[in-house]
Ligand binder design. Structure first.
Ligand code: TRP
Length: 344
């Protein structure tokens, strides 16, 4: 977690039209200051198990590649989640009634549209509060939404999740639903995940809702194919984080000297994604004044994607006061969407 001293000074209100408001809780350019930002790279690449923060996967090229991953035949999670949402959104909004929609990690807001359509069919006001660290993506998708939905009001928060949840603007509708989709919960270590779920419970009033997307445990071959596609898009996506380090920190990673590697760890119920050094080599990251040695075969951990047991997940949520109201899955039972309600 980044720290935000002087927070009030960073809070900038940006009124654009009367239906769009964007609040920057994080300075828009903060994450591009190498002095502040490269510290995690130094820590990660000098650790015994070398690691790279997954955020380096997502520069412009990385975001494009990830969009492509979502359309691959082997990568089922996005398709499964969208099909569950499309099928059950009317049922979800029937249960919650009219709600403000808060979305953690809104990106292009494709999934939000499915829920907004359903809320629109219920009638009444429509309000959407997207939370994303990328101000550009947030504003772009918000403007497109406002063109589609004439009754919609959007208040975006450019922020990390914890900070946004602690600083939500006052509710304008009687109820709220926080959506956390894409099984991003699986990309967080368990402690971080517990913390975020606590922050969610603190942001909600009793009776309000969490809609959580979670990828489920399944046959190893299906999982491994999803993270090792035949066209090599996943490999390009993973290796792009090295290009990202090259431009951002004046590094000299030679991409051909690293290989994408991912496999299922059945003891931990998680996909582990690595970059493997193919040779003994030394890499320099000039802007960070850092030189890193790699041995042939050495691994850099780039991402973990945990897979859930639906019953266990429901128990964990229940013990945090988030009572599972309903769980929906796709026909293959690959993926699940859980609606929980905060208990009083
Ligand atoms: N959130 C995605 C997931 O866990 C991230 C992802 C998909 C990913 N494919 C990847 C991350 C390949 C690194 C490499 O499913």
């Amino acid at each position: 977690m980044q720290s935000f001293r002087n927070l009030p000074a960073n809070v900038i209100q940006d009124q654009i039209g009367d239906r769009l408001q964007i609040t920057y809780l994080t300075g828009p350019q903060v994450s591009f200051t190498p002095e502040e930002d490269g510290q995690d790279v130094i820590a990660g690449l000098t650790a015994a198990q070398k690691t790279l923060s997954p955020k380096y996967l997502y520069d412009d090229r990385g975001s494009e590649l990830f969009e492509q991953i979502c359309t691959l035949p082997e990568y089922y999670p996005t398709r499964a989640e969208i099909s569950i949402l499309s099928q059950y959104a009317p049922e979800i909004v029937q249960i919650t009634g009219p709600c403000e929609l808060i979305e953690l990690g809104s990106g292009s807001a494709t999934k939000a549209r499915i829920l907004l359509d359903a809320y629109q069919n219920l009638g009444g006001s429509l309000r959407y509060l997207p939370i994303d660290v990328s101000g550009g993506a947030l504003e772009g998708s918000a403007r497109e939404l406002l063109q589609t939905y004439e009754q919609l009001h959007v208040h975006g928060l450019v922020s990390t999740y914890g900070l946004a949840l602690a600083n939500l603007p006052p509710s304008l509708l009687p109820f709220r639903l926080i959506a956390f989709l894409g099984s991003s919960i699986g990309n967080m270590p368990p402690e971080e995940c517990q913390l975020l779920l606590r922050q969610i419970t603190q942001a909600l009033e009793p009776g309000e809702y969490l809609l959580l997307g979670a990828d489920l445990q399944k046959d190893r071959a299906v999982l491994e194919a999803a993270y090792n596609d035949r066209q090599g898009v996943t490999a390009a996506f993973n290796k792009n984080s090295l290009s990202h380090l090259n431009w951002r920190f004046q590094a000299d990673f030679i991409l051909d000297q690293f290989q994408h590697l991912s496999f299922y760890n059945p003891d931990r119920h998680q996909i582990e994604i690595y970059l493997k050094s193919l040779v003994d080599q030394t890499v320099t990251l000039k802007a960070l004044d850092l030189t890193v040695k790699f041995q042939a075969g050495e691994l850099i951990l780039s991402e973990v994607s945990r897979k859930f047991d639906l019953v266990e997940l429901q128990q964990d949520l229940q013990s945090l006061g988030l009572k599972p109201i309903q769980a929906w899955t796709d026909g293959d039972r690959f993926y699940s969407l859980l609606l929980c309600q905060l208990q009083g």
